[in-house]
Write a protein that binds this ligand. Structure first.
Ligand code: NDP
Length: 498
């Protein structure tokens, strides 16, 4: 459908929306087997900008079979690693060449600021793409001197790492393009085929990515996209017997459900789940670093970030100054659509997410919590004003649950030990930060904080070289880093007697 919003958009975005996005199976767009569609909304206005198919189980089966055929006949995994690497590097170049179109499409469907789309969804994603593409030529095994009968001179034993098979990638709506690529790229680098199901709220950039992959030279069938709801298409995909591995990012509840059903067929799993991420601010911290750090850590992408700071524990000496500075910062933010490059407070992704975040705030208000609200937001669109909750009581829902919105709890504590105890008192353990200028405290607390990533004097920075994933119920496995492809390969031991 033609775009009729108030912003002038890139011609590639206009033509993409005009073409009525369909499923991407076996190298091209195909119509769904069914007739149901899903409306995609511009979160800044609530207006519909596109419709995508609600894939039926038959559609999902077609996509998985296409991926499986491509895997079995070896059109991708038997290609020379240097050629696969070149194609994946070209894929990254095409994403950069069309960067403005990708950024705009992401902002239109997801709501985030265009600068964030340019910086993360396109800029950072392309760096991740190149990092993983380079791994294609570095997949190795090991050799062993065994103690088998006759001695090692009569045996040659070694391991090979082989692609696991068809990968189901399930991506959420907070960073649809970047997180989608975190599923697709390692799968492709390892030699797997992949079927990606983006969130039904933000399905568009995944479809454009699949088109780019084919243009870059990825063979038909190796990268497929099905759009649909989690309960329908998502379940059909993750339970499909030809899917060997599931890579899921989303809520802990859905991750557990997927994990349980995956065990039936012993599918391989990577789960990147929710966080309730603490930030510990010690009395010797430099507030000139803490304030911008927590503004970014807490409010980037409207707080819709799995590793976002959501619980701040600050030593009493700095409490008043910290609350004063953060209150001033949130009240001075400009509000508007993501396409408005000057707007710092952008809409949340959907009416449902807006309602969910507001319900946490209503619960807090009804229990008499002390709330500091930031800049006023319009009625139209899915906006929520950035909000501080001062010394939130344990009984508030937002104290323990992942809010996934622009809400930062700030609690005054008497000591570093109290901060540590409260920070670790969570079933989740994705990320955590520590703010201090005391090296001894940093060395001590980073070892005792329970999270997959600990930042010191920073929050939410991630890099392809640095493994990322959760302690406790924040997930299973790690993304990124030099061992990333292990999660997309099987180790085969080969033992030759001679
Ligand atoms: P979900 O975890 O339900 O959804 C994440 C993805 O999984 C979506 O693509 C969804 O599809 C899909 N999905 C849902 N159910 C299934 C299933 N049974 N089988 C396969 N795929 C499935 O998150 P929501 O979008 O409902 O968001 C709810 C909350 O989750 C948020 O408020 C936030 O707290 C948290 N969240 C955490 C994220 C993170 O990065 N850790 C990311 C997103 C959300 P569909 O959207 O079509 O239902």
């Amino acid at each position: 459908m033609a775009y009729d919003g108030p912003y002038s958009i890139d011609p590639l975005v206009a033509s993409f929306l005009d073409r009525a996005p369909a499923l991407f199976i076996d190298g091209g767009f195909v119509a769904s087997d069914g007739t149901a569609t899903i409306a995609v909304h511009d979160p800044s206005s609530g207006k519909v900008i596109a419709h995508v198919p609600d894939a039926t189980p038959a559609d999902v089966d077609k996509a998985v079979c296409s991926a499986d055929t491509a895997f079995q006949d070896g059109r991708w995994r038997h290609m020379r690693p240097a050629d696969r690497e070149r194609i994946l590097m070209r894929f990254a170049e095409l994403v950069v060449e069309r960067g403005e179109a990708f950024a705009q499409l992401e902002t239109l469907e997801q709501g985030k600021g265009i600068a964030i789309s340019r910086m993360f969804e396109v800029g950072a994603s392309s760096e991740w793409m190149r990092f993983v593409a380079g791994m294609t030529t570095k997949i190795t095994g090991r050799t062993f001197d065994t103690s088998l009968p006759g001695g090692p001179q009569h045996w040659t034993t070694y391991t090979r790492r082989e692609p696991v098979g068809v990968v189901a990638g399930i991506a959420p709506w907070n960073f649809p393009m970047m997180i989608g690529l975190w599923k697709v790229m390692p799968a492709l680098a390892a030699g797997c085929s992949v079927v990606l199901k983006p969130s039904e709220v933000t399905p568009l950039t995944a479809l454009m990515l699949a088109e780019m992959a084919i243009q870059a030279g990825v063979p038909a069938g190796v990268f497929n996209v099905v759009t649909g709801f989690g309960a329908g298409a998502g379940t059909a995909l993750t339970s499909h017997p030809k899917v060997a591995k599931i890579s899921f990012t989303g809520s802990t509840a859905t991750g557990k459900a997927i994990g349980r059903s995956a065990m039936d067929q012993m599918k391989r799993l990577t789960l990147e789940l929710g966080g309730k991420n603490p930030a510990i601010v010690l009395k010797d911290a430099d507030l000139a670093k803490v304030i911008p750090g927590l503004m970014a850590g807490g409010f980037l992408n409207g707080g819709q970030v799995c590793a976002a700071a959501s619980r701040v524990y600050v030593e009493a000496l700095l409490y008043d100054d910290l609350v004063g500075a953060l209150s001033a910062a949130i009240s001075g933010m400009s509000v508007g659509a993501g396409m408005d490059a000057n707007a710092q407070v952008n809409p949340l992704v959907s009416a449902a997410q807006q309602a969910k975040v507001l319900s946490y705030l209503d619960d807090a208000r009804s229990q008499g919590a002390d709330l500091v609200t930031g800049a006023a937001v319009p009625d139209q669109g899915y906006f929520v004003s950035p909000t501080l909750v001062l010394n939130p009581a344990e009984s508030l829902k937002l104290t323990r649950e992942e809010v996934f919105g622009p809400v930062l709890g700030i609690t005054k504590v008497a000591s570093a030990d109290e901060a540590l105890q409260r920070a670790n008192d969570s079933a989740l353990g994705l990320g955590a930060s520590l703010w201090t200028s005391n090296l001894d405290a940093a060395m001590n607390l980073t070892q005792r904080m329970e999270a997959g990533t600990i930042w010191v004097n920073a929050h939410v920075f991630i890099d392809p070289a640095m493994p990322f994933g959760g302690y406790k119920q924040s997930g299973i496995g790690r993304d990124f880093g030099v061992d990333w492809l292990e999660a997309y390969t099987e180790t085969k031991s080969i033992c030759i007697s001679h």
